[in-house]
Design a protein. Structure first.
Length: 221
């Protein structure tokens, strides 16, 4: 099914960039400068500034730390658990990051369909088995879930990261469903084609000068 020419970005009011607190506006503009577009999650969650700050502080603590799990592995957890939670936004956006960090244009799609058959190591399979348990059946967790991770040499800190990423993106998945946000079209090409070509994807970030009615934010698709 094709995306309509214009699409509602959120079920809730979406702020104008010019009206945001300085720290949030500067963060969003920095992301735009680096990526070439504004990922919708930033502008949608900016509706509630205090929660925006808390959300991205925890996100950064989990996803941008040095050492332990690789960036590709952290994104693999996001994609596999988001697929289990039917979160299109997170699957598409973080699938792009899996392709970029892993340098494997096939991997994200494989993780979405069935991570058990993906081009991953036995260690990464154990990592994703555990992440899916945390994301989908947390009440069943017991010591037997931890043993395979330790057998593959994962430390307690890495195990915590796996579980915390799965848990945090359970929140993110549900916020995406609550708001109805959809993934920027630019994400679909990232990691599949050369950067210059992917940059030609239709721009979908909201204009800071556009007139908006609360709850009916519209952007070019």
């Amino acid at each position: 099914m094709s995306m309509p020419e214009q699409a509602v970005l959120s079920r809730f009011p979406v702020p104008d960039l010019d009206d945001l607190p300085t720290d949030i506006r500067e963060r969003i503009l920095a992301v735009q400068e680096k990526a070439g577009f504004i990922p919708h999650v930033f502008i949608v969650l900016a509706h509630r500034p205090d929660e925006f700050r808390a959300f991205f502080a925890y996100h950064d603590a989990l996803m941008e730390k040095d050492g332990g799990l690789s960036k590709a592995e952290r994104e693999m957890i996001v994609v596999a658990t988001s697929a289990a939670n039917d979160c299109q936004y997170c699957v598409v956006a973080h699938g792009a990051l899996v392709r970029i960090y892993s340098k494997n244009s096939r991997l994200a799609d494989q993780l979405v369909v069935n991570y058990r058959g993906a081009e991953i190591s036995a260690r990464q399979r154990a990592m994703l088995d555990f992440a899916l348990a945390v994301a989908t059946v947390p009440g069943t967790l017991e010591e037997t879930h931890f043993a395979p991770l330790r057998e593959h040499g994962l430390s307690d800190e890495e195990i915590w990261d796996i579980g915390a990423i799965a848990a945090f993106f359970g929140l993110s998945n549900r916020l995406a469903a609550l708001t109805g946000m959809w993934a920027n079209h630019e994400f679909y090409l990232l990691g599949r084609v050369p950067k210059q070509q992917s940059g030609r994807a239709s721009r979908s970030q909201p204009s800071s000068s556009a007139k908006r009615k609360p709850g009916t934010q519209r952007v070019r698709s």
